[in-house]
Design a protein around this ligand. Structure first.
Ligand code: PSV
Ligand code: MN
Length: 388
């Protein structure tokens, strides 16, 4: 049986990137609820993200979204992050909010619109150069709503051409990660609907291009851990966008809807060498906190990932492979379930204290007064929100 002391050092490798947009107001197409104390600019978003890291030690990076997080001088934002003990991470492009992109961006039938979308990504890479970011993450809203609306094959070819133009500008130490999503906002077809399409596109680009797996972007019942295994096996899993879904792209707190699924995913991550600083797999959150407070929502999220990582690390690999080799179906299953049912929370609280972190980051945040402070101070100005 693997014990907690065996995995304690590995837990120190955990780093989860926070999305800047999680700290702004968000909602559904029915309503965006405003909360008090919400950041009014990228500096305040980074300050909130730094709170999560300060209390958990788990979240050293903040992912930006361009143009939402555009500032006059990215060097100043970079130093601001450093002063607060975090750094700026993945840059997310945005080709889903301009009128020109109604019929697509990198796949649009009109070459001038495609050029504009490519140029936007090149601007994003300029930002990456300024802030020292490694990953450009591309998620496209491209697709069609009606059969016959556009030529599926031609769109795929245009996508390949546009991606190649972006990839040509990716620096030596940078990477392009292409996210897939099986539907929405397009409903008949999506141009990058599944891991296979993303894999085919990034493989054609080269060694610095990878797939991004957003856990919310699959049909119900999809075996996501199988996809994780396969992408790791192929050396093309670049990053995760973690979140939870009950129905669609719900962007709820990771591990909230199906903790067992998160465990199974992390078991395959660890099995496939996707865990740890040198693995090349970035753990990110892609979430919105529509009705709960945002900072504790993010704290809860990174703790959920840590708890399931600890349980996945506890799997007795030797006992598992012995049982698998022997064809011991129930024995192998029991090894996995023993780890899953281990309550690691008390051991993690001690682990945190031994590193000078609060035993309960949730309680520490509630007691810190930070929420009251931002609610009192952040008055006036335009609150940041989804799309702003
Ligand atoms: C839209 O589905 C989305 O949630 C994608 O998952 C992106 O990663 C995210 O927005 C940010 O652009
Ligand atoms: Mn995502």
């Amino acid at each position: 049986m693997t014990s907690f002391s065996d995995i304690s050092a590995q837990l120190a490798d955990q780093a989860i990137e926070l999305p800047s947009w999680a700290f702004g107001n968000s909602g559904t197409r029915f309503r965006v609820f405003g909360q008090t104390g919400v950041p009014r600019d990228p500096f305040e978003k980074v300050a909130d993200a730094a709170q999560v890291h300060e209390l958990t030690g788990l979240a050293p990076k903040v992912a930006l979204h361009i143009p939402w997080d555009r500032v006059d001088d990215f060097g100043v934002l970079r130093r601001h992050a450093q002063d607060l003990g975090v750094s700026l991470g993945t840059v997310n492009s945005n080709t889903f909010q301009d009128d020109e992109y109604m019929l697509g961006s990198l796949t649009h039938p009109d070459a001038s619109v495609r050029r504009r979308a490519v140029d936007h990504h090149i601007d994003c890479i300029d930002v990456m150069d300024e802030i020292g970011s490694r990953d450009l993450k591309i998620w496209l809203a491209d697709g069609t709503n009606y059969p016959g609306q556009d030529d599926l094959r031609a769109r795929q070819d245009r996508l390949a051409e546009s991606l190649a133009a972006i990839y040509a500008r990716i620096g030596e130490d940078q990477r392009l990660v292409l996210e897939y999503k099986f539907f929405e906002p397009a409903f008949y077809h999506t141009d990058v609907p599944d891991w296979g399409t993303s894999y085919a596109q990034v493989s054609a680009l080269g060694e610095k291009a990878f797939v991004c797996l957003d856990t919310g972007h699959h049909a119900p019942g999809t075996n996501i851990e199988f996809i994780v295994m396969q992408l790791l096996r192929l050396g093309k899993l670049g990053s995760f966008d973690f979140n939870s879904r009950f129905y669609a792209d719900d962007d709820l707190i990771v591990g909230a809807a199906d903790p067992f699924q998160l465990f199974r995913i992390l078991v395959e991550v660890i099995r496939g060498g996707g865990y740890g600083a040198d693995s090349g797999v970035a753990f990110m959150l892609d979430q919105c906190h529509n009705i709960e407070k945002k900072i504790p929502g993010q704290i809860r999220s990174v703790l959920n990932v840590q708890e399931m990582t600890a349980r996945a690390l506890l799997v007795d690999r030797d006992a598992l492979s012995t049982a698998q080799q022997a064809g011991d179906v129930l024995g192998a299953n029991e090894v996995l379930m023993d780890a899953f049912y281990t309550d690691v929370r008390p051991a993690l609280a001690e682990w945190r204290e031994s590193r000078g972190l609060p035993a309960s980051p949730m309680k520490a945040y509630a007691a810190s007064g930070y929420q009251q402070k931002i609610e009192a101070e952040r008055v006036g100005g335009a609150q940041a929100g989804w799309g702003a």
